[in-house]
Write a protein that binds this ligand. Structure first.
Ligand code: PMP
Length: 374
């Protein structure tokens, strides 16, 4: 096709313009997620005549867009969320960046935005993260949140394929999600609003998937629940929690075997990098100890029954921001499902172990192929 003959993303063409006004560093303990940004941004333009243009690192700055730009009208936008970590030798590491790049390409392709060579973008993001290294506090739990974003930039109100696009990456230093240790959350099982559906785009990281989730989240919060537990269908299948994948650990009624369960990637579930990592670690460490590891559908009724029998061992969300987020209870149709924690506990054993294993790899304390040294 013509598109494949256009110039691809070329990391060797990177130009760097450094800021004349370096920012003062925020005290690490005062960082608020997504509020502070680093000195620079990475930006790469694309158009249908020339393909990918030269990548640029430049001072962090406003975008200038015509009010008719297609992203502002028809939501031609997709993004990623990943982190850079500083190891004990001061090296900057990414965690499984190929996974994010694969997902980013799938998201952009779904909304008719251009795709790109993953290796080249990893190289560019690595250079960007290194340049901003002074913003990454070296304490455990701190990192640099990276936000690769792609938007359609064509100036038109016609609904069609964007003829031009902008890929940019910004970075925000972040502290630990739970600065004073885990705090188990309470969920509201949400059936009146649906996050994703078969044939939809819930498995893609499109900005358009997120805005409609805020009102249900406010509703849950107004009743004292931190997050929505997104259900699907008459069967009330459990899908995801807030913006995290959901895991539950249940003891089987018939066999007594422990089972770690998460919903399958059937097109309604975001392909979480943390989800995939937890499944990998569970197959490596928990399966030999007798655990069954399942990607399968499960329902609210199944969780309710397990709780009634004392077989619901624990439940937790999984995502880049918190790694794991333990769940205390789920409100469902006026009933309460307790997720295996004692009143004095803030996390189950599996969630704790997963956080520990993943963090050791992210900070390079445990050498692992998932950790990418920039
Ligand atoms: N589900 C949704 C809807 C999300 O937005 C995210 C965050 N990207 C996740 C799950 C977790 O994905 P990851 O582990 O890649 O952060």
């Amino acid at each position: 096709s013509q598109a494949s003959q256009l110039p691809g993303l070329d990391a060797s063409k990177l130009s760097i313009t450094k800021t004349q006004k370096p920012k003062a560093l925020q005290k690490p303990e005062e960082l608020v997620f997504g509020k502070e940004f680093t000195d620079h941004m990475l930006a790469i333009e694309w158009n249908q005549e020339q393909g990918w243009l030269e990548p640029k690192i430049m001072p962090y700055q406003n975008l200038s867009l015509d009010p008719a730009t297609c992203v502002l009208h028809y939501a031609f936008e997709c993004f990623e969320g990943m982190k850079a970590y500083k190891d004990k030798n001061g090296r900057v590491r990414l965690f499984r960046p190929k996974k994010n790049m694969e997902r980013f390409n799938k998201s952009s392709a779904r909304i008719a935005l251009p795709t790109f060579d993953s290796e080249s973008l990893i190289e560019l993001i690595s250079k960007f993260a290194q340049l901003e290294s002074r913003f990454i506090p070296d304490q455990r739990g701190y990192s640099l949140y990276l936000r690769p974003t792609m938007i359609g930039t064509q100036k038109t109100l016609g609904v069609g394929t964007p003829g031009s696009a902008l890929l940019f990456v910004i970075a925000s230093p972040v502290g630990p999600y739970y600065p004073t240790g885990f705090k188990a959350v309470s969920l509201e099982a949400t059936d009146y609003a649906v996050r994703a559906w078969p044939g939809g785009v819930g498995d893609k990281k499109l900005g358009a998937n997120y805005a409609p989730c805020i009102v249900p989240q406010q509703e849950a919060a107004s009743r004292g629940f931190q997050q929505n537990l997104w259900l699907f269908g008459e069967e009330e299948y459990v899908t995801e929690v807030g913006t995290m994948n959901m895991f539950v650990a249940i003891k089987d009624k018939a066999t007594g075997q422990n089972e770690l369960i998460t919903a399958p990637l059937d097109g309604t579930i975001l392909e979480g990098v943390t989800r995939d990592s937890i499944l990998g670690l569970a197959r490596e460490h928990l399966a030999p100890a007798g655990w069954k590891i399942s990607e399968r559908k499960y329902t609210m009724q199944e969780l309710y029954d397990a709780d009634q029998d004392g077989r619901l061992l624990e439940a937790f969300g999984a995502g880049t921001a918190a790694i794991v987020s333990p769940v205390r209870k789920i409100s469902w149709k006026g009933k309460m499902v307790n997720c295996g924690l004692k009143e004095t506990e803030e996390s189950g054993e599996i969630a704790l172990k997963m956080k520990d294993w993943i963090e050791k790899i992210q900070y390079g304390d445990l050498e692992h192929e998932w950790s990418y040294v920039t």
